[in-house]
Design a protein around this ligand. Structure first.
Ligand code: GLY
Length: 576
């Protein structure tokens, strides 16, 4: 009894102390705690999609089943990025430690050739006909095929495909309540969406616009989902859906044909793996550059004591910038679709190679991107977006990023399908050596070729504890800023002892070789830190900007699951 009393007093004193601990004594930027559950959790950028995923888990489905249902639901409730008309990457780690990486990235249509986005004078085409908007910007979507592959090969077998599709179909048919953010985002994209009849009809209420609280119904999308529910991926790539997409393409000088749709294939890849301070990092291989750039950066950073530098010191930001400058220079030179170009993955993620790249970093002076070239690789090797993360009750984890590239993709909704198509063709080097919409310079290995997959920056990543158990899984949306965000989240967890919510919310920076400038966030960098970096020779972007947005889940040693959604975006972690 005495000891019970003692514990109660101790508990009271601790609680009192914590409640008076001033905010500035805490090491993190946010008071928000991650969502904490005992069994299973889904963290996605829309509450309804997370809830649908959790229902699947409660019915006995595994994390892969839940991922399929969540992804399909996001295609309905998160139209800016959730999709049937795009593609992505799913990284899985099973409870027995095995892994799988599903590449369902879009493929270039057969008619897409190297100079298809250049005019007769050799200049990049702007507007209709370009790689960024309209019918010609769309690659052949991979989402439905990728989800079907995941379900057939790795699903629990306890739930039917139709049970995973039906919740999304029903919301598309019955509608859902629009948030303030989504209603306004449609208006913000008016200029591009109103160019295309079905996009204008569905997302701009035929020009009358939506307000917060309105119900958005998507009957054509419900019918498309109905065909997918009944016929699996064939309900998208063949039959009525495919015919509608191909006919609309043909009517608007698009590239994609019935044949392109029928020939789409998702692929399984081998994840890239490395270590950082003894923790194992598992991430996405090409055609995403994410895993390689992440591991190469971590390999260079490992030599430095980031912990003692402090998470937002000028010393650390200088190092990060120099490391990213080098890793992105390599991205431009060496990376592309591995089915078309020899990507020297093994060398790029090798610690000795990183050491050679790191050795050129001067700790007291910024280098110029124009002076930084790609590394030397001797010999040949054999050969944005929304993210969600799911951990089931058995400890299987899925970390999935998929996208239609720009918000609302190409802005084209294929007539009669409700399917908003991607503008992923802009992730190719439409003109090698010239910047794409993200300002990224890319090389010949990522030039446009029929049936090729454009190089991505998506970085779904899993980190294991030193004993090999699952620690956390994370990913983000935001083009090339995905990689730098995941990198800083990993560092925040490992070097700065943040929890998953703190690690995701903490301010971050971005550098991608060219343009030679540091991107920084609103209220994310103190004036004296900036001055110190400028004194070293760094340049800054004209204005602050939010750098990507992430979702993640961590698990503690007792198996408690913690879900976190970035404060930079909507979403909810839901579990039980
Ligand atoms: N569309 C952005 C990316 O894949 O990196």
């Amino acid at each position: 009894m005495k000891s019970v009393k003692k514990s109660a007093v101790l508990f009271f004193i601790t609680a009192l102390f914590l409640s008076f601990t001033p905010r500035e004594l805490r090491i993190f930027a946010s008071w928000r705690e991650p969502v904490r559950v005992k069994h299973a959790i889904v963290a996605s950028q829309h509450e309804l999609a997370s809830k649908i995923g959790v229902e699947v888990l409660k019915k006995g489905g595994n994390a892969i089943d839940a991922a399929v249902a969540t992804a399909l639901a996001l295609a309905v409730v998160y139209p800016e990025a959730g999709n049937l008309g795009g593609g992505g990457f799913m990284l899985v780690r099973f409870k027995d430690g095995k892994t799988a990486a599903i590449d369902y990235r879009e493929m270039a249509p057969q008619a897409a050739t190297r100079n298809i986005y250049l005019d007769e004078t050799g200049k990049l085409i702007k507007g209709e006909g370009s790689s960024t908007i309209g019918y010609r910007a769309a690659g052949v979507p991979g989402t439905t095929a990728g989800l079907e592959l995941a379900f057939k090969k790795y699903g629990s077998g306890k739930l039917k495909w139709s049970e995973l599709v039906e919740p999304a179909r029903k919301i598309a048919q019955d509608g859902y309540v629009l948030s303030y953010r989504l209603a306004n985002l449609f208006k913000a994209y008016k200029e591009s969406l109103e160019r295309y009849e079905d996009s204008k009809k569905i997302f701009l209420n035929n020009g009358k616009f939506y307000e917060e609280g309105d119900i958005l119904k998507q009957p054509e999308l419900a019918q498309t989902l109905g065909r997918i529910e009944k016929n699996g991926a064939k309900g998208f790539y063949e039959g009525e859906t495919a015919q509608l997409i191909a006919a609309d393409m043909k009517a608007h000088n698009g590239l994609m044909t019935l044949e392109d749709l029928k020939n789409y294939q998702p692929k399984e890849r081998t994840p890239v793996r490395g270590t950082y301070r003894g923790y194992e990092i598992i991430s996405m291989p090409p055609p995403s550059s994410g895993g390689i750039v992440l591991l190469q950066s971590l390999n260079m950073l490992e030599k430095y004591d980031l912990r003692s530098m402090g998470y937002n010191s000028s010393e650390k930001y200088h190092l990060l910038t120099e490391v990213l400058r080098r890793a992105f220079a390599d991205r431009a030179e060496f990376m592309g679709d591995p089915d078309f170009a020899n990507v020297p993955t093994k060398t790029l993620i090798d610690k000795n190679y990183a050491e050679k790249r790191r050795a050129t970093i001067n700790l007291t002076k910024a280098s110029k991107s124009s002076d930084i070239k790609h590394g030397e690789i001797i010999g040949r090797e054999s050969m944005d977006t929304t993210h969600f993360t799911i951990v089931d009750a058995d400890g299987n984890v899925v970390t999935n990023t998929y996208t239609i590239n720009d918000l609302y993709g190409s802005a084209v909704t294929a007539k009669g399908t409700g399917v908003l198509l991607n503008d992923e063709m802009d992730d190719f080097a439409a003109q090698p050596g010239k910047a794409n919409m993200f300002g990224l310079i890319q090389g010949e290995k990522n030039s446009v070729q029929p049936k090729k997959r454009p190089l991505s920056s998506m970085t779904p990543t899993i980190v294991l504890r030193k004993d090999g158990s699952l620690w956390f899984a994370v990913g983000a949306r935001g083009g090339p800023r995905i990689i730098t965000s995941v990198l800083q989240i990993v560092i925040n967890m490992i070097d700065h002892d943040m929890n998953i919510q703190e690690a995701i919310d903490a301010p971050r920076i971005h550098h991608q070789w060219f343009p030679d400038e540091i991107l920084f966030e609103p209220y994310g960098m103190s004036p004296d830190t900036r001055t110190a970096l400028e004194k070293l020779g760094h340049k800054f972007a004209a204005k602050p900007i939010n750098i990507a947005s992430a979702t993640g889940i961590s698990i503690n040693e007792k198996g408690v699951r913690f879900g976190a959604i970035d404060s930079r975006s909507d979403g909810e972690a839901v579990g039980y």
